[in-house]
Design a protein around this ligand. Structure first.
Ligand SMILES: Cc1cc2nc3c(=O)[nH]c(=O)nc-3n(C[C@H](O)[C@H](O)[C@H](O)COP(=O)(O)O)c2cc1C
Length: 373
């Protein structure tokens, strides 16, 4: 292996005692391949097995914690104990290849397609439609918010029983937890909304509940991570400065890691702080050494991954790159980095083991992936 890439292969110890063998993580990516009843499919298992050999940790696609949280066709379910055997299949297929298996837990809130949720009724923090949408969600009652927090804990218990190594709380990308943090979607006047501080209540309560369940049920060390988005585009919308307040609070929660959601690792803040520093720099400065941090976004080559680590990020997540190059880690280890694929050919589906619906999404969404003929 090229000496310059060694930082990628240092192990990392989490607070709970688990160790990752290296600093490369598979980013959570929805694959649209589960069965309509919410169980994982064979093609999904094959897709994960193909990508779990080299990386230290695989974060799965998101799973919904209640039936009215299903955000995607072909999303696998985590809302009921009947899903535990399906969870177990997924966890053991990832672990058998050598990576830690972390389940991303989620609720889609107002982003859920109406045809996927009971009675076509979407729910959110408040009855405010997403910009550009004519579907207005129903605001959850205070009791229902409490039940929702419990549901995140219940899915965590199922993940523990199924043998996952951890869960990642999906607080990013516009979904329910993000909706509670957002002044656009959260106009509540009870303890879950209002000031910035009150908009932290739901995200932090989910963290507390998940940790409570882990303490009560996990017999082995169990990872709890949290993913957040740095900013919103809408007005009103949370700014980089608001996110630093959230991240500061999360960093004191005793989590195993924090994970930003970005399409470009090197992006600049949009508003709330000045642009003399990158988003990543603001985040790392706020977090300090309190908790490991995962950076992500358009990292393709080992040079780029090492450069990302040099900012102080503890780990790097690869998303689209691991779809295009399942052998990324092995090729770096064997000094074959020149052979790493950073584009995708329309003939590659079978070779790369990519489920049908994910494949269709990839080749029909211009600009998403660098598809060549
Ligand atoms: C096909 C696809 C599905 C995704 N699904 C999820 C998801 O379920 N949860 C999530 O937090 N992020 C999801 N993302 C975002 C990725 O985790 C990642 O942040 C993003 O792709 C940028 O990283 P990359 O440039 O390495 O792909 C998805 C991205 C892609 C390309």
């Amino acid at each position: 292996m090229n000496e310059n890439f060694k930082p990628l292969f240092e192990s990392i110890d989490f607070k709970n005692g688990l160790q990752l063998k290296n600093r490369v993580v598979m980013a959570p990516m929805t694959n649209f391949a589960s069965h309509p009843d919410g169980t994982v499919s064979d093609e999904e298992i094959a897709y994960y097995e193909r990508r779990s050999k080299g990386v230290g940790m695989v974060i799965t696609a998101c799973t919904y914690v209640t039936a009215n949280g299903k955000g995607f066709h072909g999303e696998f379910g985590g809302h009921d104990d009947s899903m535990i055997p399906s969870f177990r299949r997924l966890a053991s297929s990832i672990k058998a290849k050598g990576a830690k298996a972390v389940l991303q837990i989620f609720h889609g809130g107002r982003e859920c397609p109406t045809e996927l949720v009971p009675n076509g009724e979407t729910v959110s923090a408040s009855a405010v439609a997403k910009e550009g949408s004519d579907v207005t969600p129903r605001a959850l009652t205070e009791n229902e918010v409490e039940e929702m927090i419990t549901a995140f804990g219940e899915t965590t218990r199922r993940a523990i029983e199924a043998g996952f190594d951890g869960v990642e709380i999906h607080g990013a990308n516009g979904y329910l937890i993000h909706q509670f943090f957002s002044p656009h979607s959260n106009r509540r006047e009870d303890r879950f909304g209002g000031s910035l501080e009150k908009r932290l209540t739901f995200p932090l309560a989910v963290v507390d509940e998940v940790q409570k369940v882990v303490n009560a049920h996990a017999k082995e060390p169990f990872i709890v991570g949290y993913r957040f988005s740095p900013e919103e585009e809408t007005t009103p919308g949370f700014t980089m400065a608001d996110t630093l307040v959230l991240v500061d609070a999360l960093a004191d929660k005793g989590l195993d890691y924090l994970h930003v959601s970005l399409m470009d690792f090197w992006s600049e803040p949009r508003r709330g702080v000045d642009t003399t520093k990158l988003r990543i720099e603001y985040l790392l400065e706020t977090i300090g050494n309190r908790v490991p941090f995962i950076g992500v976004g358009s990292i393709h080559t080992p040079e780029e991954a090492v450069k990302a680590l040099s900012t102080g990020s503890s780990m790097v997540a690869l998303g689209r790159e691991l779809i295009m190059e399942p052998d990324w880690v092995e090729k770096v280890v064997e000094g074959k980095e020149a052979e790493i694929a950073t584009t995708l050919s329309k003939k590659d589906q079978e070779k790369l083991i990519i489920p049908d619906y994910l494949w269709q999404a990839i080749i029909n969404s211009p600009g998403w992936f660098p598809v060549v003929d």
